[in-house]
Design a protein around this ligand. Structure first.
Ligand code: APR
Length: 241
């Protein structure tokens, strides 16, 4: 297509897979090892907060041993390259890791929250969190103990930045979905929102997602190969993989 002015990119755990971050529904993924109802719902947290803290503490600790891969860096370069020519890229991620920001993405919406932040369930304070959370720790603002939780959106909770995401999609001329199985709404519905607004949609994934038939274009393969190649095309650069 002709150079798009506004691009919206949605990413899922597949973009971080080659960095060593586990996906959710692939063979051996996180939901094969844990029951999401126990570790990723408000009810699960109420029933066993220590278990939920252990689950997210392990994942938070894991962030220090992983690094952004070529796909994350390519998206950082795409945002900067488009900005230099007056275009806008909005990156919406379902990932709670921090690999996009470490790869230079700035116009970034973490719709499912961030592992590297905590939230107080009593006063709502959100702050950077590099340490383990536990039920013993008191909130530094309201001083209530036992109310701190990971700043992640659980099943049954409202994803963040939905208005900004919908606005960006409606005014885009290209929507691109990368590394997501398309099984969790509302993110899984972004492609039909885009198509309903007349926006072209491309899927970049290891394999066709559950929503593959909604996309107008697709490329399949590992993110570290297909994302940099696509970004080079978008920026009008050529060169072998
Ligand atoms: N390159 C590209 N895609 C990949 C790669 C890779 N190297 N490895 C795996 N994938 C693809 C898989 O084929 C799959 O379609 O990434 C997708 C991962 O899908 P899921 O495990 O379902 O993860 P995701 O779509 O991010 O899940 C959405 O579900 O439980 C929740 O909150 C969690 O944000 C998460 C949401």
């Amino acid at each position: 297509m002709a150079s798009p002015k506004n691009i919206v990119v949605l990413t899922g755990s597949g973009i971080s897979a080659e960095s060593g971050v586990a996906t959710f529904r692939d063979t051996g993924g996180i939901w094969a090892k844990y029951d999401y109802r126990e570790v990723a719902t408000p009810e699960g947290f109420a029933a066993d907060p220590a278990l939920v803290h252990r689950f997210y503490n392990d994942r938070r600790r894991g962030l220090s041993s992983v690094a952004p891969n070529a796909a994350h860096f390519a998206l950082g370069e795409l945002e900067a390259g488009l900005a230099a020519r007056g275009s806008v890229m909005t990156l919406i991620t379902q990932n709670v890791d921090d690999l996009h920001e470490r790869a230079g993405s700035q116009n970034l919406l973490h719709m499912h929250g961030e592992l590297s932040k905590s939230q107080c369930g009593a006063c709502g304070d959100v702050r950077a969190c590099g340490e383990d959370l536990s039920i013993e720790i008191a909130c530094p603002v309201c001083e209530r103990a036992g109310a701190l939780r990971p700043f992640v959106v659980w099943f049954g909770e409202m994803p963040r930045f939905m208005d900004a995401a919908m606005e960006a999609i409606a005014s885009a001329d290209l929507f691109v979905s990368i590394g997501t199985s398309g099984s969790v709404y509302p993110a899984a519905g972004f492609v039909t929102d885009a198509r309903g607004a007349g926006v072209a949609a491309m899927e970049l994934n290891l394999e066709p997602s559950e929503n593959a038939h909604f996309f107008t274009d697709s490329r399949y393969g590992p993110a570290t190969k297909i994302v940099p190649a696509w970004v080079r095309e978008m920026l009008g650069e050529s060169g072998a993989d």
